[in-house]
Design a protein around this ligand. Structure first.
Ligand SMILES: Cc1ncc(COP(=O)(O)O)c(C=O)c1O
Length: 396
């Protein structure tokens, strides 16, 4: 029976709490609060209420008949996280964590964001529960995701543009952690992916597991068996771990995470932390990282702001080294093909992040039989990306 993390917050050798003394109090307080909340039926009821009535769960499991016929192989099923309120899976975790903040008596929220979806989700949850909210976002991402910056501001959040380092997600996490250290008394840090010091990877996984739990049930109802493959894109790893977790003990289900190969694995411009990285520590956790020979963290690159992170959640590192999950890569160009194909065949414009999963399914489906299925987490919708795509198409 799979049971991770251990009581010190490790997934095999990965994870842990590599934080300065000043943050120990906050992570301990959060660990205790979460342990209690997990066992409290009232907390779960409140969370379920907001997920159903506010977020719009459960999300459909859609059989993509046109895409299936086009690809000519395995059936493609899409778990429609793009249909959540605010347009991505990130809201599942944001609502859960803001409820935890309330439980701790904190009335201020800090978060980081890359693509802006987690920032929008957190600003939304903060507005809903009447909390002050500050979001750190790399300057590059502020430009790439202008629309989401405006959405956060409309929701009452303050967006801080981060100009250090690569001016993307990694640097936004640094700043959010720094801000949290200084304000920990009244502020909760809503981490947006299955990353960071324990208990964050566990909390985010648990709040996102609703994806896999629903999808498994829905798939069983339609097909009367389990899918052959569960597939999702991997940035920090939250939509993928949310899909994978309920299937981990089902050994016949292949779990496949898709990393961003950016401009190619033979270039330095990619975000393939498992495929090309080594083990190290970043943002309080031991995991696979893109780093140079001296252990300096390298900059990650992807066309998709949400995948542009040089590390990966510790549970993925564990699933990879233990052989339970596989990790593949898709380039920017391939992701764009996936983006256009899903838009045209099914009338669904996917997020660029999710397009990586679609693009890998385009390769995999052909190698499988029509009796088999690939269950894909469609993590978000592409509204946020259309301007970027338009500009790119105009340049070509
Ligand atoms: C739509 C969407 N999918 C996927 C991701 C990647 O994050 P994660 O790996 O945590 O699911 C993001 C991150 O911003 C996103 O916005």
């Amino acid at each position: 029976m799979y049971q991770q993390p251990d009581n010190k917050g490790f997934y095999g050798e990965f994870g842990g709490q590599f934080v300065p003394e000043t943050l120990m109090y906050a992570v301990k307080e959060l660990t205790q609060t979460y342990e209690e909340a997990k066992k409290d039926p009232e907390f779960q009821e409140t969370l379920d209420y907001y997920l159903k009535q506010y977020v719009g769960r459960e999300t459909p499991l859609y059989y993509a008949d046109n895409l299936t016929k086009h690809l000519g192989g395995a059936k493609i099923y899409l778990k429609r996280e793009d249909l959540n309120h605010t347009g991505a899976h990130k809201i599942n975790n944001a609502i859960g964590q803001v409820l935890l903040a309330k439980r701790m008596g904190k009335n201020k929220i800090v978060a980081e964001t890359g693509a802006g979806q987690h920032g929008v989700a957190t600003a939304t949850a903060a507005a809903l529960f009447g909390m002050e909210c500050i979001i750190f976002m790399g300057e590059v991402d502020v430009k790439r995701q202008e629309l989401n910056v405006f959405r956060m501001e409309l929701l009452g959040a303050k967006v801080e543009s981060v100009v250090s380092g690569s001016r993307t997600l990694k640097d936004a996490v640094n700043e959010a952690l720094r801000y949290w250290v200084a304000t920990v008394e009244d502020t909760h840090y809503v981490l947006g992916s299955a990353l960071g010091p324990h208990p964050f990877p566990e909390i985010v996984r648990d709040f996102q597991s609703v994806i896999g739990t629903e999808a498994k049930q829905q798939y069983l109802e339609v097909e009367g068996k389990l899918p052959e493959v569960a597939l999702a894109c991997v940035g920090g790893g939250s939509n993928s771990i949310g899909l994978f977790y309920p299937f981990i003990n089902d050994k016949d289900v292949r779990l496949i995470g898709v990393e961003a190969a950016g401009k190619g694995l033979d270039t330095e411009e990619h975000a393939a932390s498992i495929t090309k990285g080594d083990v190290g520590v970043l943002h309080g956790s031991k995991m696979h990282l893109l780093q140079d020979d001296d252990g300096q963290v390298l900059e990650a690159f992807s066309i998709s702001a949400g995948l542009d992170y040089p590390g990966i959640g510790p549970e993925h590192s564990h699933l990879y080294t233990s052989g339970r999950a596989e990790y593949k890569t898709i380039t920017d160009e391939e992701a764009l093909e996936g983006f256009h194909l899903l838009s045209r065949t099914e009338g669904i414009i996917p997020a660029l992040e999710s397009s990586h999963a679609i693009a890998y399914a385009m390769k995999l489906a052909k190698e499988m039989s029509p009796e088999e299925s690939i269950l894909i987490c469609l993590s978000g919708r592409g509204d946020k990306d259309v301007q970027q795509i338009k500009e790119r198409m105009a340049q070509e």
